[in-house]
Design a protein around this ligand. Structure first.
Ligand SMILES: C[S@@+](CC[C@H](N)C(=O)[O-])C[C@H]1O[C@@H](n2cnc3c(N)ncnc32)[C@H](O)[C@@H]1O
Length: 201
């Protein structure tokens, strides 16, 4: 299991492990992002800062205080503000009915954490709010271009559909794409992409 120490070590150098440019799937769909935004496992801030530059209010949550400190430095460099919260998503309780969008980009979590967290994520969205999700698929195990090696932490379209029963899928697919995100994620990869809208209550 990857813990806080593992991630703090991984983020300990000055460089940004996953780069400072936003995830391209998020960038392509930014027009549907409404604030406030909750970013699960935000890391070093590339996605939160991108959204803040668009004028959105963003809260980035991550287990690594080293990552979030780099995220705040990136925000300062870009002359924007982001909110950050150091938290283990295994215990995190997002505020109910509070977010226009939740993003989850490469936020790989074991099923025991997802099973508790994702219903809370649905509750945290306001009715009509959106979820934007990209993660490596189970097929990524054979690509060797990044991501966890534990199949339980990798996604399928079926796992996602089942995890968010109160959100209507707008886009749900598994695709092969070239990923270029710093040193951390590089090369041809298999990813699952999901955009869904929470049902009106
Ligand atoms: C592959 S990185 C992706 C970071 C960021 N979303 C991005 O796209 O640049 C995975 C992130 O998950 C965070 N993480 C791992 N386990 C976590 C947990 N239990 N709770 C909160 N964050 C966690 C790590 O600290 C790391 O920042």
């Amino acid at each position: 299991m990857f813990d806080k120490t593992f991630w703090n070590d991984r983020y300990s150098s000055k460089e940004y492990l996953y780069g400072v440019k936003p995830n391209t799937f998020l960038e392509e769909h930014v027009d549907i992002v409404a604030g406030p935004v909750l970013s699960l496992s935000e890391g070093e801030g590339r996605n939160a800062v991108f959204l803040a530059v668009q004028g959105l209010q963003v809260l980035g949550v991550d287990i690594s205080e080293v990552a979030l400190s780099k995220a705040r430095a990136l925000a300062e460099l870009n002359k924007v503000e982001i909110q950050t919260e150091v938290a283990d998503l295994a215990f995190y309780e997002p505020k109910k009915h509070s977010f226009g969008t939740v993003i989850s980009i490469s936020a790989h979590l074991p099923s025991f954490i997802r099973n508790r967290l994702y219903p809370l994520v649905e509750q945290a969205l306001i009715p009509g709010g959106s979820l934007i999700f990209e993660a490596y698929s189970e097929k990524q195990l054979s690509y060797n271009t990044g991501g966890p090696k534990d199949v339980d932490m990798l996604m399928t379209t079926e796992k996602l559909e089942q995890a968010f029963p109160n959100c209507a899928p707008i886009l749900l697919r598994e695709v092969e794409r070239e990923v270029s995100e710093g040193k951390g994620h590089t090369g041809l990869a298999s990813v699952v992409q999901f955009i869904a809208r929470k049902h009106a209550e």
